[in-house]
Write a protein that binds this ligand. Structure first.
Ligand SMILES: NC(=O)c1ccc[n+]([C@@H]2O[C@H](COP(=O)([O-])OP(=O)(O)OC[C@H]3O[C@@H](n4cnc5c(N)ncnc54)[C@H](O)[C@@H]3O)[C@@H](O)[C@H]2O)c1
Length: 234
């Protein structure tokens, strides 16, 4: 559901892809809870509420999700919160690198999905998790821990799609290629590396997410939709 009756929680909503998804949902008349570990810029847009929350904090995540759902239900979930971490090679990886990246990207997504699922089952809702082309083909420049975290997201989507469709909940993912957001700024990417010759605009990823959330995707579950400009084609 993406129209006026939709009530969607979006994580990582302060920036980049998450912020574009929030904008796209608001354009369609949805009510959105924008969640991020940093404050979500106040736009004054109708239908928008925000909440500071670290997705690693399982108790807080549960409280935030429950409170939003109790105000009128939860019909959709988008998990976009993630960190890139230090782009070090394997030999230089430290435990704190791995804990940080897997903690936010994998555990954070798991806790949000866990908290949201009982509510999504009540509304026959739908979730979209933001993965990455790195989870498909390995990193372009990011560390192995980032790629591993995104591969885990794809596996999570596949698993939850199977376990939740019997409860009426669809779970899908998107696997973006390089997107012009703060996450990869100054990380050494160059558009000459990409077949399409440019970065994705965050809105191009948001459009794929909006499709997967919408009734137009009513028979689609367990899909990871590539939005990568031809960087990786299977
Ligand atoms: N930018 C790219 O090239 C690219 C490519 C493929 C996939 N992705 C994925 O797209 C998604 C969005 O990334 P982006 O490019 O918009 O990056 P971004 O850095 O602009 O946005 C990520 C957001 O997540 C938030 N966040 C980080 N840690 C958090 C935590 N512990 N709890 C709650 N929120 C937290 C950040 O504050 C930020 O607002 C991520 O899942 C990322 O892995 C990005």
């Amino acid at each position: 559901m993406t129209g006026a009756a939709a009530r969607v929680l979006v994580t990582g909503a302060a920036s980049g892809v998450g912020a574009a998804i929030v904008d796209g949902l608001l354009d369609l008349g949805a009510t959105v809870l924008a969640v991020d570990v940093v404050p979500v810029p106040a736009t004054g847009r109708v239908g928008l509420a925000s909440q500071i929350c670290d997705v690693r904090d399982r108790d807080l995540v549960t409280r935030v999700v429950d409170e939003f759902a109790e105000q009128g239900g939860l019909t959709g979930l988008v998990t976009s919160a993630a960190v890139y971490g230090r782009d070090v090679r394997l030999d230089d990886l430290r435990p704190d690198d791995v804990e940080h990246v897997l903690g936010v990207n994998v555990l954070g997504t798991l806790w949000v999905a866990q908290a949201a699922m009982p509510h999504l089952r009540r509304t026959s809702g739908s979730a979209v998790c933001v993965g990455s082309v790195a989870g498909r083909m390995g990193s372009v420049l990011a560390g192995a821990h980032y790629a591993a975290s995104k591969g885990a997201i794809h596996a999570l989507v596949h698993t939850l799609a199977k376990t939740e469709i019997g409860h009426g909940v669809r779970i899908n993912g998107v696997a973006p290629g390089p997107v012009a957001t703060p996450m990869i700024e100054g990380r050494g990417y160059d558009t000459a590396m990409f077949p399409i010759g440019r970065y994705a605009d965050p809105g191009e990823v948001a459009d794929a997410v909006l499709y997967l959330l919408s009734p137009r995707a009513s028979y689609v579950t367990g899909t990871i939709l590539d939005v990568n400009g031809g960087l990786y084609v299977r």
